[in-house]
Design a protein around this ligand. Sequence first.
Ligand code: ATP
Ligand code: MG
Length: 646
Amino acid sequence: MSDYAPSTKFADQAVGKAALYDEAAADHEGFWAARAREYVTWSKDFDTTLDWSDAPFAKWFVGGELNVAYNCVDRHVEAGNGDRVAIHFVSANDDDDRAITYAEMQREVAKAANGLASLGVEKGDRVAIYMQMIPETIFTMLACARIGAPHSLVFAGFSADALRARIDDADAKIVVTSDGQFRKGKAMPLKKAVDDAVAGTSAKKVLVVKRTGIDVAWNDDRDVWWDDVVTPASDTHEAVAHDSEHPLFLLYTSGTTGKPKGILHTTGGYLVQCAYSNAVVHDLHPETDVYWCTADIGWVTGHSYIVYGPMANGATQIVFEGTPDSPHKGVFWEIVQKYGVSILYTAPTAIRTFMKWGHDIPEGYDLSSLRVLGSVGEPINPEAWRWYREHIGGGDTPIVDTWWQTETGAIMNSPLPGVTELEPGSSQAPIPGIHAEVLDDDGNKLTDPDAVGYLVLTKPWPAMLRGVWRDPQRYKDTYWSRFGPDLYFAGDGAKYDEKGNIWILGRVDDVMNVSGHRMSTAEIESALVSHDKVAEAAVVGATDPTTGQAIEAFVILRQDAADAADSADEGGELVTELRNHVATQIGPIAKPRSIMIVSELPKTRSGKIMRRLLKDVAENREVGDVTTLADSSVMSLIQDGMKSSG
Ligand code: ATP
Ligand code: MG
């Protein structure tokens, strides 16, 4: 047990101390007012910490004014840290890796701000950004923040239709994109999707970064090159202060439970919680750490934990353009070794993929610089957690499993690595300043450690969403009506264990009811992953005439097991073995009705499993909204497999 308590050595140097919990419990608003003044430089101090009089519409740090770009860049230069590397850009192309200091960042952001302004972008205008993991994406985001023009990032990889819907919804004035992007050593078109998306929309200008040099179609009235507008622009730009509640960005959720929602975040509270949580949860020491969050910038994790939190803190970080398997399956570990990465923040889907590939790959590299590991995006199966700790963390590195959402803006539940005794598979407890509880159907706090309930946030928090873009009713209905007008319903099923840790059990929409028993997808999936032949699993409840719902499982095997299964054709036996394994791990009731061995699972661009699509397949329905799926061919493979096995 105490294997997972922090070492004294780690605890002594940790940023996040136990005293923070006491301070937050004593005075919620006082705690956040102190963090706001500790982590952020205000051009004008705020006079009211929280205005909740119009709940659920919150105002934080009322009367305060600040500029986010100034906080993320200029103030570090003013403090004498201009020579510190802000970004080690690791390219997916041969040799254009590039280190960008904070002083250079200041000039690049100023140029981008001047360039956008010359195209008519003013405070309040929306800017759509459809661009991959390149420095220009960060320059553009910070330039928007500087001007006060809210950005809306759209994953470079979404279809033209998905992009068009987001441009339309936000009434974006301009789209920033690149000619193309490098994928697995090849230049792929990107601007083409913009050409297909913008016609007839509010976007009258398209600003294009030349990244690959591939041929692009050109519309002289509309398209402008970054090199003609931004590169020659002045490298100074005066930052004006914006109101604490000025909109900072719009971002759509991943769409794992339905059509994505346009989530609105504002300036002051968001920046405060991002910076604070990045410091205490990731234990960031900006003078010495090399930090790497592997998320795509187009996902909320990239917004909060590549751009805003770490840069507000003056971190040195890796920005990686490529994918974990290109040019080879050890590329992550090669980067860790080369740059001496000390903090790594990634997703369970990546960890399970590394597990599938086998631990001999990371073993070929020196990973001793790593001192904090993080996980975000889905529940991490205890087996994957242990693998991460053992094979990446050298057996003793703290892992912070962070639960949060696009809507929460920043980390909500997580251990503090210098304080908490870790529990593999659980994000454990709200961080200091956050209030989360698991409630039953009637809104009472759960007491029975075996009961399944709902995760609810019981007090407003600074980085909370301020609404669903132009849809206040949907905001109230989705989040603030299930348990009452000031209780935030997160949509996730959860439970407590005997020690009071909170376990996330998957989406409420995904909770299954088998012969009157409520079963969680996460628990059954973790039971499957705990079998030594399984790398990944997804479980759904399909309508069943006798049991109400029946459990259908989809399983990806670890590489060696997959090879063996292929040669011995032992598929049928393996399925029996796995069903029995779940029965012994959880109970006979949890035994899947069927298990299908697949080579891929449907996932969003941010790596989350889309169970609702599997459910459509299991129930023989036409599959629903697939616009946020990373690879749409996965669904037809699975559907074909279902037909041949059923
Ligand atoms: P949509 O709301 O459109 O269905 P989404 O919820 O997948 O999309 P995100 O905001 O990116 O979009 O994801 C937040 C969700 O991810 C959480 O509600 C939770 O279900 C899951 N999640 C994130 N981190 C964790 C974690 N550490 N442990 C368990 N679940 C997590
Ligand atoms: Mg959600």
